[in-house]
Design a protein around this ligand. Sequence first.
Ligand code: GLU
Ligand code: ZN
Length: 467
Amino acid sequence: MEVITRFAPSPTGKLHLGSIRTALYSWLFAKRFNGKFILRIENTDQKRIDQESVNSIINSMQWLGLNWDSGPYFQTSKIANYRAIIKNMIDSGLAYPCYCSQERLNNLRSVQIKTGKKPKYDRHCRLLKNKCIKNKNYVIRFANPEIGYVTFYDLIRGKIIFQNSELDDLIILRSNGIPTYNFCAVIDDHEMNITHVIRGEDHLNNTPRQLNIFKALKLIPPKYAHISMILDENKRKLSKKNQDTDILQYKDDGILPEALLNYLVRLGWSCGNQEIFNIDEMKNLFDIKSINKANCIFNKSKLLWINQYYISNIPTSNILTKIIEYFKTYNIDTKHGPNLEKIVNLFKSRSKTLKEIFNQIVYFYRDIYKIEINLLSKYLLINQKFILELIYKNLKIIQVWSTKDIKNIILKTAQKTNTNMKNVAMPLRIILSGRENTPSIDILIYTCGKIYTLKKIKIALQFITNK
Ligand code: GLU
Ligand code: ZN
């Protein structure tokens, strides 16, 4: 049997890490068994399509490369189909209209709470049958079995049992004629031939309700796996309500998609001691049985650590276009500075995110005629002008632009001007890169190239002269 999984978000906000991890696990499970992965948008609980949320879902999935084999399907385009099934269910006694007013339901609830009972619909209209006063406003409820129990084997949690007496006769069609999530999910999981439902633990209570609907309709349910929640560093559940970070924010912040996926796959799943998994390894090794039952805690520094690993280890050419995006966003031309790829290559291992790379290297391009004057002033020596002139002269006549020869010039200049290497290097560092921390000075000068280096030293000399 072909494995078919789905990711079925409700478009009620941006996707956060928890939802995307659910998507990733469903996707990996399908890939592992050469199956299919479906994207289904569950939007019957909404008044109108929240296009922004839909876009955010689609863009997030595309950014991460979680491609779907079919969809996106929108449940709102199937309303007639759901209604037809509900009509049959009413005809065969599996569902019934409930005419109870909101007032009656509110009263019932407060009495139940006062008497220490679990608030639950009392099946008033099911018991009264046709004796109800038939006002226009009614909902359709599923006639849940009153006795017995529902049991299923969760692929992560093992055997789960719910008593039917605990379950409500849930509303499957609202008074406005729109069916509800629990019902639509059953119909779609059936019609889309879903074999495995992998979803958040917050849906564990829905599963017995959905299983009862499957059973009533004589349909075979899929297998279920409920994955634990992700908690933030304060042990709060990640959720849309808590305004948790939108997945696309990680993109803007310079997290690589492969790093985020790697971080998420390891959050709650393990395979020996391995930390780094490329996509192919994930697809081959992912095993639902090794998913952790306990909640996991989001750890930003681990995400950054993995991101840094990827930044340092993938070819610079793979991240170059992403760095160029930042330059475009800030409208900065890279033509007049040093070779961008070489500069990225030099600074990437010192950065945890792509944005950090950008922040470290933007100086080389933003304002070619600028010097970080305040910073430079901290390090100026009395004979600084002389030192810089000497370096300028010697770099200009250098035959082969090599780190060895560059280093030699700096060393000789230090000796000749009676100072040490560090005192010569520091001002140069600031002149070229605008910062105090850089890779070694010979490599920095070498990477900046002759034209840029000479141009910058000249500008610095003008500044020192004027001072
Ligand atoms: N639409 C549900 C949600 O966004 C998911 C339901 C499911 O996976 O069955 O939480
Ligand atoms: Zn009722």
